[in-house]
Design a protein around this ligand. Structure first.
Ligand code: ADP
Ligand code: ZN
Length: 216
């Protein structure tokens, strides 16, 4: 499957993408994960991206398109991909459209995970992430805590709060989302690709996507 996952920070794009990879082996491509990896590794890209990310601002479009041009042409994408956190702006969506035409890939849907704002705010402030870059399991202190507090169930590494998940950075990210990313819903509606889903449960989202793809 070839999908874009749209939705506010905390809408569950990463969780849904992980569940979908298990359906047919399509790869999850998260620009947020790629960027955090680059920051940790101290690469040129990481140095350029770090300050924007800490502040909850978007990284410039040209940096993101540079990453995605390469990533989408890697062999593992031929089978299918789940774009998680990309595109985030109208210019990125337009550039993606050209890139997909160039490489001859056709999207199935742009899935919009529609979640009420109160739910988003609550999830983001209570979200915790495994600090191991190869794991990055997601927890929630209220609804899905690790079995041992602060320790990842899967790999035993410390479970932490991301530095862009302070209250200030969260409200900035939501503001950035409303201003820059929410317009993509209309963009994909016009493209005839939009699949809007009320997304309070990830399992229901996955089921709905499978039904629409005819693989349920
Ligand atoms: P979120 O949980 O807010 O959806 P992500 O993990 O997708 O967060 O992204 C974290 C940060 O990385 C963003 O706040 C932004 O600074 C940067 N980022 C990720 N993807 C993009 C993108 N497609 N365009 C611009 N910036 C991006
Ligand atoms: Zn872990």
């Amino acid at each position: 499957m070839k999908l874009i996952l749209l939705g506010a920070p905390g809408a569950g794009k990463g969780t849904v993408a992980k569940l979908l990879t298990e359906v047919d082996g399509s790869v999850q491509i998260s620009t947020g994960d790629i960027l955090r990896g680059a920051v940790r590794a101290g690469t040129e890209l990481g140095k350029k991206a770090e300050a924007y990310m800490k502040a909850g601002d978007l990284v410039p479009d040209d940096l993101i398109m540079g990453i995605m041009e390469e990533r989408l042409q890697e062999p593992d994408c031929a089978k299918g991909f789940l774009l998680d956190g990309f595109p985030r702006t109208i210019p990125q969506a337009e550039a993606l459209k050209k890139l997909l035409e160039k490489i001859g890939a056709k999207l199935d849907f742009a899935v919009n995970l529609d979640v009420p704002r109160e739910v988003i705010l609550d999830r983001l402030t209570t979200r915790r992430t495994c600090s191991n870059p190869d794991c990055q399991a997601i927890y929630n202190v209220k609804s899905n805590p690790p079995k041992v507090e602060g320790v990842c169930d899967k790999c035993g590494s410390p479970v932490i709060q991301r530095d862009d998940e302070t209250e200030e950075a969260i409200s900035k990210r939501l503001e950035t989302y409303n201003e820059k990313t929410a317009p993509l819903v209309d963009f994909y509606e016009k493209e005839g690709l939009l699949l809007n889903i009320n997304a309070t449960s990830s399992d229901v989202v996955v089921q709905t996507i499978k039904e629409k793809l005819g693989i349920a």
